[in-house]
Write a protein that binds this ligand. Structure first.
Ligand code: SF4
Length: 492
């Protein structure tokens, strides 16, 4: 994933710092509450929201089950329409393909549509290393890029910035990237938007190469779909002579009919709009209009491994609406940077450890970055049971052990706490399989109850330090039942 996140501390340490930043918390609280309330009203307008949600879940599950077939169909459709398909197993391969394609055009700069996939692979940094400048054209991405910052939200990457901060970034940085900010720029939204529009327009008109992702790819026709709100995407997708789209392999839908569902659920879940202001669709190339050359880079980068996990694969249903971020109490307080990935919030907590594995400190900590309140599942338009996947991934972390740094390597080792937890579970399993031993153990525990410590030793000390240990009853339940019911109904 993006090199900009490499070396991030584990979630608890990163979150602690973020929680202490009062400005950040204020920005996040204001923004997430505004978006979540608007979303709730937009969703409530539809009587068939539950049916749409279920249809979205089914379409995605069906597609993922037959992904091999649909990918081949998509490649054939794109090729027949005049496009060229490239397959990238990981981030390095995808970056190499894109850099080579840009170099073949002889150009040294590209304009970009906002794209999570290209952020995931760190494309901008990889292009920069080859002397190619990538210009973000989405307003929030522009703010992040000019501010030499990292995105902190899927939909609103600069959600952690307020208007005053954005004005300062525009004033100090725009000139170094192109047209400077107008004299006397204030922090009113209209002036900030106009400054960005003027700055970007010259880039749109000059660029010969555009780079995008896609929200959906229709297998039956080879059509790619980008939905956005600002019109910058439309500019990048139509003006350049060469268009290169980097898209995760899970973004396929089988047919145009399937789009009907997502084009209703995505805008209401993300921006609380009834429909997207700009929905761009293109199928290969045409002689009279748009880019003359189209390349599609299909990105795996951990998706096939995720697909192999029966519980975890549901994360691949995600349509990146970000509704789960906006309702998450942990995200609201910790902010997006603490997740150490371009995918923050609840979806990031289940996606990053699957795409990247749980081998690093940050990825091993992400499944614990949740209170398991379930608000994310309630709002998800494709019904991803995020709490279920979080618990599943915690199990994986415990089984594999946490990540431990050894020199400059990160390795998985069973920690004392996890080893003790596993030993306790094994002992419990042994006892529950042997009713006689269980009964003897319960009687012994009851008779020795006055000798029990009030706090647990070893790794259990942290747990019992903030909780009352439940007292063992003077008489085990089974003995009480035997005495009061004469053994009737008792199953041993
Ligand atoms: S997990 Fe669901 S709610 Fe969260 S971004 Fe993905 S589709 Fe949206």
């Amino acid at each position: 994933m993006s090199g900009t996140f490499v070396g991030m501390p584990a979630f608890p340490a990163a979150a602690r710092e973020a929680v202490g930043d009062a400005t950040l918390r204020g920005n996040l609280r204001h923004a997430t509450h505004t978006i979540r309330d608007k979303r709730a009203r937009a969703v409530a307008e539809l009587d068939d929201w539950a049916a749409l949600r279920e249809a979205g879940r089914r379409i995605k599950d069906h597609t993922l089950r037959h992904l091999d077939r649909y990918l081949v169909q998509l490649e054939e459709s794109v090729t027949a329409a005049g496009g060229t398909v490239h397959w990238a197993a990981d981030a390095d391969e995808a970056n190499e393909i894109v850099a080579r394609l840009v170099e073949e055009t002889g150009e040294r700069e590209v304009v970009k549509v906002k794209s999570m996939a290209t952020q995931e692979i760190g494309l901008n940094e990889a292009l920069e290393a080859r002397g190619i400048h990538a210009y973000e054209t989405d307003l929030a991405e522009l703010i992040v890029q000019l501010g030499k910052d990292r995105p902190s939200h899927i939909l609103v990457p600069a959600i952690h910035r307020n208007r005053g901060e954005i004005r300062d970034i525009f004033r100090s940085e725009m000139g170094a990237w192109g047209r400077p900010a107008p004299e006397g720029l204030t922090d009113t939204p209209a002036e900030l938007a106009e400054a960005a529009r003027l700055h970007l327009r010259e880039k749109f008109l000059r660029a010969r190469v555009g780079v995008s992702g896609a929200n959906f790819m229709v297998a039956e026709t080879g059509t790619l779909v980008v939905v956005e709100s600002e019109g910058n995407g439309r500019m990048c997708l139509t003006l350049p002579e060469t268009l290169i789209s980097v898209v995760g392999i899970e973004k396929i839908v089988p047919s145009w009919r399937d789009l009907e569902v997502f084009l209703q659920t995505l805008p209401r879940s993300s921006t609380a709009e009834r429909m997207n202001p700009y929905t761009s669709m293109w199928t290969g190339t045409t002689d009279e209009d748009g880019p003359r050359t189209f390349h599609l880079v299909l990105l795996d980068n951990g998706r096939t491994d995720t697909l192999a996990d029966e519980v975890g694969r549901q994360a691949l249903r995600c349509i990146r609406c970000s509704a789960c971020l906006n309702v998450c109490p942990v995200y609201e307080r910790a902010g997006g940077h603490a997740y150490g990935s371009v995918y923050p919030g609840p979806i990031g907590a289940i996606l990053s450890p699957q795409l990247r594995g749980t081998g690093s400190e940050i990825d091993a900590s992400l499944p614990y970055a949740s209170s398991l309140c379930g608000a994310c599942y309630e709002v998800c338009p494709v019904a991803i049971d995020i709490p279920e996947v979080l618990v599943h991934l915690r199990e994986r972390v415990v089984q594999g052990g946490p990540a431990v740094r050894e020199g400059n390597r990160v390795v998985l080792k069973p920690a004392k706490g996890h080893a003790a937890e596993r030993a306790a579970m094994r002992a419990a399993g042994w006892a529950f399989d042997r009713p006689g031993a269980l009964r003897a153990g319960q009687r012994l525990a009851s008779r020795s109850r006055r000798l029990h410590p009030r706090t647990l030793p070893g790794p259990g000390r942290a747990w019992s330090g903030s909780r009352e240990l439940p007292a063992v009853p003077a008489e085990p339940f089974r003995d009480w039942w035997q005495r009061t019911h004469g053994g009737k109904g008792e199953a041993e």
